[in-house]
Design a protein around this ligand. Sequence first.
Ligand code: SF4
Length: 312
Amino acid sequence: MYPWGDERRFNSYNRFLRQRFGGRIQKLTLDAGFTCPNRDGTVSRGGCAYCCNDAFNPAYCVPDKSVRQQLDEGIRFHHRPGTEPAGYFAYFQTFSNTYAPLPRLKSLYEEALSHPGVCGLVIATRPDCINTPLLDYLQELQKRIFVTLEIGMESCRDATLRRINRGHDVACAVRAIEQTSEHHIPVGTHLIFGLPGERPEHWMADLALINHLPLHSIKFHQLQIIKGTAMEEEYHQHPDDFFPLPFDTYVPFIADYVERLSPDIVIERFAAEVPPRFLAAPGWGGIRYDRVVHAIEAELERRESWQGRFGQ
Ligand code: SF4
């Protein structure tokens, strides 16, 4: 038994959900019609160099349907006879889901929470779309329902954030994560491994920062270069600046990373999975996510190792 309370070699999000909600929770992705300050001209017009939200949205998820309708269709979309979840999370995922006046945010979040199957909110956003009135409201909301914020960091390096046109720096992300945690709201982040100019030794060095942040959960993505993005163009122009990780390299790298990651941080994802028709590079030959997880667990087992074994 590991410190997080089960036999898996990493602190898994599924374990957290089972302990908190008594069973599996299905996330229902929503597109509530938000935009993003990095696309509408407030911060920038280009958006992040890799951005393509279409690659992540399920078909039912379109903003001209109400939140309620998307939830109902999402439940049908994910329905598998005999595997009913213990509940659903309304996952405000597309673009920046705190980027609107507070009354509009409240109305959208409340619409999701009024669905009888929904037992939590997951709100994905940018670090520069966090403010105190919003956090005060979510702190209150948290008293009656599970709420978590996902604040994208993507990289722990300012030079990288500038190069991919993120429109904020590392200090902004750190501040947003700390403020959210100070409001007692569980906060997650995601990191992309493979951004231009970065190498595995950078990601390992940056673990010191990650381990010191008050993070509840984390998602890892291998860089996936989506067709038609600014990053695809850059990749063709400067391929040597990129360090895309093939599957066989990614698995031992993630095992090294997990061995040094704080055991208190719940791991929600190890890799991204974009439909192959969107992908310009690198291809993993159609390997599905469950095989990625299996390979990482097998690697930890082969090493007789676990999350946080070599704490920083
Ligand atoms: S912050 Fe998110 S939605 Fe906005 S441009 Fe970047 S990746 Fe796209």
